[in-house]
Write a protein that binds this ligand. Sequence first.
Ligand SMILES: Cc1ncc(COP(=O)(O)O)c(C=O)c1O
Length: 393
Amino acid sequence: MTAYNFDEIIDRTGHNSAKWSAVDDGCLPMWVADMDFRSPPSAIKAMVERARHGVFGYTLNPPKLKEVVVERMERLYNWRITPDDVLFSPGLVLGLCATGRGFGAPGDAVLIQTPVYGPFFKAATSNQKFSLSIDMQYVADGKHHFHYENDYNAFEEAASKPQTSIHLQCNPQNPAGFMYARAELERIGEICLKHKLLIVADEIHSDLILEGTHIPIATLSEEIAQNTLTMIAPSKTYNLAGMGCSVLIAQNKEIRETMAAALQGISAHVNIMGYEAAYGAYSGGNEWLRQLLVYLKENRDFAIDYIRRHMPLIKTTVPTSTYLLWMDMRDLPIEGDLIDFCHHSAGIAPSPGTFFGEAGKGFVRLNFGCPRATLETGLKRLRAAVEQLALTV
Ligand SMILES: Cc1ncc(COP(=O)(O)O)c(C=O)c1O
């Protein structure tokens, strides 16, 4: 069996990588959710073989990719969908924004729980709607960690407003890295059905489970399945974000047709290589993914342990999914801007917490989807800057 080498440092400079180009020279990028690992060989092989054909005219949705998605949902979640339930889009953010375009009316509210992935806000604001944010409740777990809990009363109050027509859900949750439990999903699903909110479930991180189980909300009941548009992609899982191929699943024909219409005219089709990469990854990348998850979990544990021991004023989540660590920096005696401190004093570039809404003020999100040596360098840099802070106060 091939052992994949996630310790390999691959130079990404000179390749126009968004992650590596957007930071100052010498600053270590630990922000946007892409990993510094090579994609699985099966994805690369599929693209190379297709490239050799040399003719790249317009393409249809590949039925074999739909079939592999159907098989995957059944294998992972016992979720029975059909190839007809599957649509594709070049990106999931596009899918979120097209949702705002296709469903509800101008002036409607899109209900989200914050802190949450920044483009969730845009799904509303780019479509003459507004986002109605409910802050999740921050709960401390001892001195070093915290998690979030749902404020169901606030959620239901917001859901019951007449103009609220869509709930965008992020599960597994970015930036906090947890999966919603069955009982939580049931409660949310019930409130959405009661107040007639379409559920749009962004489940892009659902393959990146470090411990525990992911439950797609659409698997809870037939009623919820008929009221849900689920979005997944191979892009986070197999590090294929630049290939632009994501998967939309709607078992309800009307939702599917509305979504297809909303994408039309604003969206290019998925390109040939995106389809090939997705098929190659989904069909041949299982063992690669299994090994990746072992590596990511060790990275998570390494980062958490390091922060606990050397930077006890920083509190973190303990993510059970994703490769993202959400860090509460509010107890550090930083004068001035937190991200300036990270960039200029520490020489690392995590994602600013405010990208995830007001509730992210004083937080940063650190991407640990990188070789352990890179992660260690980043943490050591942060530690040196934090220790320097202690000397100056
Ligand atoms: C929750 C979530 N949704 C969507 C995306 C982006 O999807 P895409 O690159 O397909 O637009 C990300 C990327 O980090 C994400 O975390």
